[in-house]
Design a protein around this ligand. Structure first.
Ligand code: CO
Length: 460
């Protein structure tokens, strides 16, 4: 009997995709012990946007959240999403910061680190993978999935083989836009499984409605782990439902060792929470519906709405069709990057600029220029030489890794700037990742503690 395992995403991706990661710890604390008994392969609970949102909106220390989850879930592998050399942000950090971050994540309770790069430039994954392996944790080498003339099955197989050589314990295909079709999944998984002897994880979203079929075909081709969300937080821009796949796969004869009663309890816990967030507007019901437009345009759903809002801001909604046509052209000029943060914004804004200026690459944003210089890494196909020369002028593109050119004393400098506001290495890393937000959090923390002291003295 072929075994299929589940990664539960309700605490990270489902929460991030449906409600902008606004789920506070207090809303799921009481269900963690049950989740620990459900038999998941792993629970994705950290990284991605959770870190930023904890500090910025929830007044939670993300490190403390992780330690608390760890304590309540001693038996389940805790998983995080890491943007390679970008850690949790959108720019590259020096190697030493990436290493410190990985070490602290593992020290505070993370077992599996899913490491990816927007361009699939493997040199951007190298340091994070190395350090994860060194810490004795599980590095899940991740490939961003996209469709383009250069993203062939053999290209993906090549990337997966490179990841294996880098020492990862599993390979993950990350379809952030939910555009992977059942047939693509079947071919891709077959190809990788034939060539690379490692557990294979498939990650997709229900956005286009393909996800259930895509997972089933991926499993038929030999995929080992799928990402799902407990039913109340499933569907639409989130993952397909855990229970649905559990029932279907069990009936088909797969070995799916999830505990049905635990799943039932977990769903019962999250159902009223989901209903409350529906009512107060935190979850937009539209995010739970099926949207097939991105299949036609081959552009992720989030990017379509970004294009619309940019054009609206510039009073140019009537240019939407032109911008839609220009987007794949810019993407082609730029070497077919997968469209995921930050490349989706970089390509999308430039397409809008090109249309509005009436001349291609007349106005070029700072990030776009940095992309052309090579600051984000090596592109899947070469950037169009003539266009790059036009944009860079006399400037030379970067040779080698951009991160290698970054200052080596970032940590010490941040430590100095923070003084006694930082109490541990983790605080300094929070500050390096999100400076203003973290500093405000530290100030709040101190104020609250003083308040508590005053309260205790009055009580005494
Ligand atoms: Co995702």
């Amino acid at each position: 009997m072929k075994k299929v395992q589940f990664t539960e995403t309700v605490l990270r991706d489902a929460n991030q995709s449906l409600m902008a990661t606004r789920l506070p710890y207090s809303k799921f604390e009481s269900i963690l012990e049950t989740m620990d008994k459900a038999g998941y392969y792993s629970v994705e609970c950290w990284g991605g946007a959770t870190f930023d949102v904890c500090l910025r909106y929830l007044n939670e220390d993300p490190w403390e959240r992780l330690r608390k989850i760890r304590e309540k879930m001693p038996n389940t592998k805790l998983q995080m999403l890491l943007r390679g050399q970008n850690i949790l942000g959108y720019k590259h950090y020096p190697d030493d910061i990436v290493r410190r971050f990985v070490r602290c994540a593992v020290k505070n309770g993370i077992d599996i680190i899913r490491i990816f790069d927007a361009l699939n430039d493997m040199t951007n994954l190298k340091v994070a993978i190395e350090e994860t392996v060194k810490c004795g944790a599980h590095a899940s080498g991740t490939i961003s999935y996209t469709i383009s003339p250069v993203h062939t099955i053999s290209k993906y197989v090549e990337l997966a083989s490179e990841l294996k050589q880098m020492g990862v314990s599993s390979v993950c295909i990350k379809d952030m836009a939910g555009i992977m079709t059942p047939q693509n999944a079947y071919d891709l998984v077959s190809g990788i499984k034939d060539a690379v002897d490692l557990p294979l994880v498939i990650h997709t979203h229900s956005t286009t409605g393909l996800a259930f079929m895509t997972y089933l075909k991926a499993i038929e081709a030999g995929a080992d782990v799928i990402d799902t969300a407990i039913s109340p937080f499933s569907g639409g821009t989130s993952q397909p439902a855990t229970e649905t796949l559990f029932y279907a796969l069990k009936e088909l004869g797969y070995d799916v060792s999830l505990d049905e009663n635990s799943l039932f309890e977990i769903a019962n816990h999250f159902k009223p929470i989901r209903n409350d967030y529906f009512e107060d507007g935190t979850i937009n019901p539209i995010s739970m519906t099926t949207d097939t437009q991105c299949l036609t345009y081959q552009i992720p759903g989030g990017m379509l709405s970004n294009l619309l809002s940019q054009l609206k801001m510039m009073n140019a909604l009537d240019r939407f069709d032109e911008a839609l046509l220009e987007t794949p052209r810019v993407r082609k000029d730029m070497g077919y990057p997968p469209l995921v943060t930050p490349t989706s914004q970089i390509i999308g804004s430039q397409a809008v600029q090109n249309v509005l200026a009436g001349e291609r690459y007349k106005n070029v944003g700072a990030e776009f220029k940095a992309y052309c210089r090579g600051e984000y890494g090596k592109t899947p196909a070469p950037i169009d030489e003539a266009i790059r020369a036009q944009i860079l002028g006399d400037e030379k593109p970067i040779e080698g890794r951009y991160a290698a050119s970054l200052p080596a004393d970032t940590f010490e400098k941040a430590q100095q700037q923070l003084g006694d506001k930082a109490r541990c290495e983790e605080d300094v890393l929070s500050y390096i990742a999100f400076p203003q937000v973290a500093e405000r959090f530290f100030d709040e923390r101190k104020k609250n503690e003083e308040k508590r002291v005053r309260y205790t003295i009055t009580q005494a």
